[in-house]
Design a protein around this ligand. Structure first.
Ligand code: ATR
Length: 276
């Protein structure tokens, strides 16, 4: 039996077991996917011994995403760009770390907004953390023309822009509403929109009617940003879709089947989020 797991501290909130167990059952695979609570000081040792512990790979969640990059023998370009990995597997004897949020974001965008063409697009990204870096990497790979990064701490936006080069520019957070008419995709990578947070303060009514609005927050699934965009008739892309799509590459590596993100799976995870 092939075994995979998700490690984190805490790990009880992770929805990865729900997703991977759904696919294991759907494809009739003799495999398992479990949660393992690993303390920060134990994470490097656990990951170095992953195969000896009986695993073919794993997901890592907070706070182990940087450690995963540090201990892997090979770090894929998306994980290097993000400075964080969420998926590990073995290539022969070598432990490989990837960041599948990047590809997950692009695949979800294609599935949820099929008419949108990222090639040549000008994109506004809110936030400059690890999630933003992974998404900027993916947007550039997919052919975006220009990425404008707005962040509360401007220095961080500028650091990300410096890392990626001429197609990415960093701006002050206070300027996030100044050129909304120019953009064809808006992406929120900050946690703003989760219950209890302040409004994001985006003037959604100023966006072009063809602009697509994406959020990586998935609790709630319909964030205030997405609700406002929908009310203006704009196409929206939610964070739940990204959560489901980021799980695809790991499952394929560990269990040998490229799984499908179905409506049934989406409904299953949606019920879990809404019931929590
Ligand atoms: P992650 O790896 O998930 O991206 P992170 O590195 O903590 O997490 O980054 C969170 C991002 O959300 C940052 O860009 C952060 O802004 P700062 O760089 O100024 O910290 C942004 N963020 C968090 N809370 C915010 C808020 N209330 N308003 C605006 N931006 C916020």
């Amino acid at each position: 039996m092939r075994r995979a797991c998700v490690i984190g501290w805490p790990v009880s909130h992770s929805r990865s077991p729900l997703i991977h167990r759904y696919w294991l059952a759907r494809y009739g695979i003799d495999g398992s996917y479990t949660r393992v609570a690993v303390r920060p000081e134990e994470a490097a040792r656990f990951l170095k011994n992953l195969r000896a512990e009986g695993y073919v790979g794993c997901n890592v969640t907070i706070p182990h995403k940087e450690t995963a990059c540090a201990v892997a023998a090979e770090v894929c370009s998306a994980a290097r760009a993000a400075g964080a990995a969420n998926t590990l597997w073995y290539k022969g004897d070598r432990l490989v770390a990837d960041n599948t949020d990047s590809a997950g974001f692009i695949h979800n965008l294609a599935a949820a907004a099929p008419r949108f063409d990222i090639r040549g697009a000008i994109v506004e990204v809110l936030g400059a953390g690890g999630a933003a870096r992974g998404i900027v990497f993916a947007l550039l790979e997919a052919g975006a023309r220009e990425i404008r990064l707005f962040n509360r701490t401007r220095m961080r936006a500028e650091a990300v822009a410096a890392y990626f080069g001429a197609r990415v520019n960093g701006f002050d957070w206070t300027r996030r509403n100044t050129a909304l008419r120019d953009i064809s995709l808006l992406v929120n990578t900050t946690p703003v929109g989760m219950p209890g947070s302040d409004p994001l303060g985006i003037d959604v009514g100023a966006l072009d009617r063809s602009c697509v609005v994406a959020d990586i927050v998935y609790v709630p699934i319909l964030t205030p940003l997405l609700a406002a965009a929908r009310a203006c008739g704009l196409a929206t892309v939610d964070g739940l879709g990204m959560l489901l799509h980021q799980a695809v590459p790991g499952f394929e590596r560990w269990f040998g089947v490229r799984p499908e993100v179905t409506e049934e799976l989406r409904a299953l995870v949606e019920r879990d989020i809404e019931g929590a």
